[in-house]
Design a binder for this molecule. Structure first.
Ligand code: HEM
Length: 112
């Protein structure tokens, strides 16, 4: 028994990464792309969990999270300075792939 839930011995418990990151109660309008929602109130360790929850030293949280966030920080600043256009493409994300990516990848084109 864990927090009122019965878990059989040897049972498999999966962290619902997608469900947590799209929880209406936590995020309000969770499908809207609104990164500013985290301004002034950074997400807690186990709130926004694209790379798993808990402590990577003692659990299965992704140990590459620091590296990933560092690369994204450097890339976001460079992308913000670049001029490009985003042509028509298929940005839907298949949920049966791990890791997943937009169906068309992400195509960028010269503005000229
Ligand atoms: C966008 C990038 C990434 C995403 C979304 C991601 C996501 C995840 C997730 C969801 C897990 C499973 C956590 C769990 O069991 O609950 C995981 C595990 C893992 N990730 Fe990542 N990851 C990313 C990048 C990386 C990078 C860059 C590295 C290595 C440099 C890495 C190495 C690992 C390893 C070794 C595990 C297994 C940890 C374990 O089971 O103890 N990941 N990742």
């Amino acid at each position: 028994m864990w927090r009122g839930e019965w878990v059989p011995a040897g049972g498999l418990v999966l962290l619902d990464v997608y469900g947590q990151n799209h929880d209406e109660l936590l995020w309000g309008d969770p499908y809207a792309f609104r990164p500013r929602r985290l301004l002034g109130r950074p997400a807690g360790r186990d709130e926004l969990i694209p790379q798993g929850g808990g402590d990577p030293a003692t659990g299965h949280r992704c140990p590459g999270e620091g590296l990933t966030v560092g690369v994204l920080e450097a890339l976001a600043a460079r992308l913000a300075r670049m001029e490009y256009r985003v042509p028509e493409q298929n940005l839907t994300i298949p949920l049966h792939r791990v890791p997943t990516r937009p169906r068309s990848g992400f195509l960028m084109a010269d503005v000229r």
